[in-house]
Design a protein around this ligand. Sequence first.
Ligand code: UFG
Length: 326
Amino acid sequence: MKLLVTGGAGYIGSVVAAMLLAEGHEVIVLDDESTGHADAVPAGATYVRGTIQDRARDVLADGADAVLHFAAKSLVAESVARPALYWRHNLGGTLALLEAMRATKTARIVFSSTAAVYGEPERVPITESAPARPTNPYGATKLATDTALAEHARMHQTGAVSLRYFNVAGAYAGPDGRWFGERHDPETHLIPNILSVALGSAGPDACVQIFGDDYPTADGTCVRDYIHVTDLARAHLLALDACDPGLHRIYNLGSGSGFSNLEVLQTCREVTGREIPSRIAPRRPGDPAVLIASSDRISAERGWRPESGLRAIVADAWQFAQGLAR
Ligand code: UFG
């Protein structure tokens, strides 16, 4: 297949692009490098640097079987400080993409939605029918984008799938041994933050801050559902087959198990063999206590199952982090 990957210079987009290439697909990456890195684009992809607004239509005019749409702003705290930026990039970018798809008769789109659309859940595991009540602009822009996709699918007979990711982590080694992984700036995610302290790249006196130990959980720290980025990438390939004309489907993607922040820290200590100093810091505003996905729908309908657990996630993220530091 010939596939347009927006945001393919970012973390998840670059991993999926690399895995698509390894499977023999043709990949065009479109990225404006607002948060991505040109050197993350896998060799073998055609790289177009630019915004969706400026370039998507021309790229799609050359013909593409489908779009995998990762390009977005994804920092919750930044979205609270600068909501208009998030609406413009996330919803505005997608509307421009849908317009380009309509003009070029591109039939299928798989979109990176998020657990953040559910906000503070009433119960876990969270199914796709749980109420969508985002608690920050980031989640609100992703939910609005899901709605726009559903409407576009109905009006224009496109096939659309929104994949609602829980906590994505880990890294991927391509067939040539090159690693693709997470390097946000600033980095806010737990596992890469722990690993940069383990490496010493956060400074000699740096220590991991665990945000809050007074949540209503077994050890008082927040619980999250981690999914390996390669399991996530496989779900995208299955989602392409789920793009039926006129329909918008939603699938949650997680492992169904939760790990507390202290359990993640302990796993990182075991995998790296390093002590990793840490301290308890105040709660981070807006963090739900527990987020665990039910991925029963994609398992039942598409046969997807996660293959890698937390230890493999951390081990691969550690390989990638060590490579970055060299
Ligand atoms: N945490 C720390 N120390 C850190 C970083 C994170 O204790 O240095 C904690 C957080 O407070 C939270 C947990 O680790 O309790 C996980 O935090 P992440 O930032 O790694 O991930 P989130 O659960 O906040 O974010 C994920 C996705 C977002 C999405 C959000 C929905 O990465 O894109 O879930 O709630 F918006």
